[in-house]
Design a binder for this molecule. Structure first.
Ligand code: OOG
Ligand code: MG
Length: 262
């Protein structure tokens, strides 16, 4: 760690205020170029502690930058991990208020809910498959707090990996009923297909993102408890949305997740 506790708390307050007030800020590594990976996750943890202290529950874990399309779009080559809170959830088919956000983008994500705890190191796709209770589709609405959505990996980790809103919908399926690698995803904006991919776009297999998350948490003395909702990361590049846009994501075997931005 290169930053002291006070600076970590200050940066957490700075980034969380930007989120809650829907205003952008410059990336924090501009002012703190010496910060390291532990500092970045410590700032994210401090944001989580602030939310939980206000009674907002952490209801899921997310992997980000797990597909080559996303890594290429954002100019980074390593995945990152964050969390989602109860107040970020919106119903399938519902409306999402643009004025609460800075410059939102949507991502199509294959999600899993676990029935057994996962701990690293050495967690792999096989361990993860044995621990999955069911698979469920979602759309994540990311909203980087950084100006023009431009950041480096440490800055985006500190900013809770741009977590903002998410919509779980479609229909849940047992793992036996789907092939996560070949599962097709079609993303439509205002009735036009704007992106498509298969599950394998995420690290070759969406379960690999969960294994990577378990191994990442293990290095920090943590694990993934049974019953966790885990978002494995956008399968395509993220798509910018504005008021008036309607999004529908069709997931093979898992139904459609939709929303309207107002
Ligand atoms: C970081 C978050 C990426 C995903 O699914 O890849 C993410 C960002 O691109 O702003 O959530
Ligand atoms: Mg995402």
């Amino acid at each position: 760690m290169k930053l002291d506790r006070k600076t970590i708390e200050q940066l957490a307050a700075h980034l969380e205020s930007a989120e809650l007030e829907a205003r952008d800020v410059t990336k924090i590594t501009d002012d703190h170029p010496q910060m390291d990976w532990d500092d970045a996750y410590a700032i994210q943890d401090a944001i989580r502690a602030r939310k939980e202290a206000r009674g907002q529950r952490t209801v899921g874990l997310k992997a980000g930058l797990t597909s080559f399309a996303k890594m290429k779009q954002m100019g980074v080559d390593v995945p990152c991990f964050g969390f989602v809170s109860d107040y970020m959830a919106r119903p399938d088919g519902g409306e999402i208020a643009i004025k609460e956000l800075i410059h939102p983008k949507v991502e199509a994500e294959i999600c899993v809910v676990t029935k057994a705890p996962l701990t690293g190191p050495g967690c792999h796709v096989g361990t993860v498959l044995a621990a999955i209770d069911f698979v469920v589709p979602a759309v994540e609405i990311i909203d980087s707090r950084y100006r023009d959505f431009k950041f480096d990996l440490k800055s985006v980790i500190a900013d809770n990996t741009s977590a903002s809103r998410f919509v779980v919908g479609g229909r849940a399926r047992r793992l036996d009923d789907v092939d996560l690698r070949t599962l097709g995803v079609v993303l439509e904006k205002n009735g036009q297909i704007v992106a498509m991919a298969a599950g394998a776009a995420v690290l070759g297999h969406p379960a690999a993102a969960v294994a990577m998350m378990a191994n990442h948490l293990a290095a920090r003395g943590q694990g993934i408890p049974a019953g966790s909702f885990i978002m494995t990361g956008g399968v395509t590049e993220a798509i910018a949305v504005a008021a008036g846009d309607a999004i529908a994501v069709r997931f093979q075997d898992l139904g459609t997740v939709s929303m309207r931005f107002v």
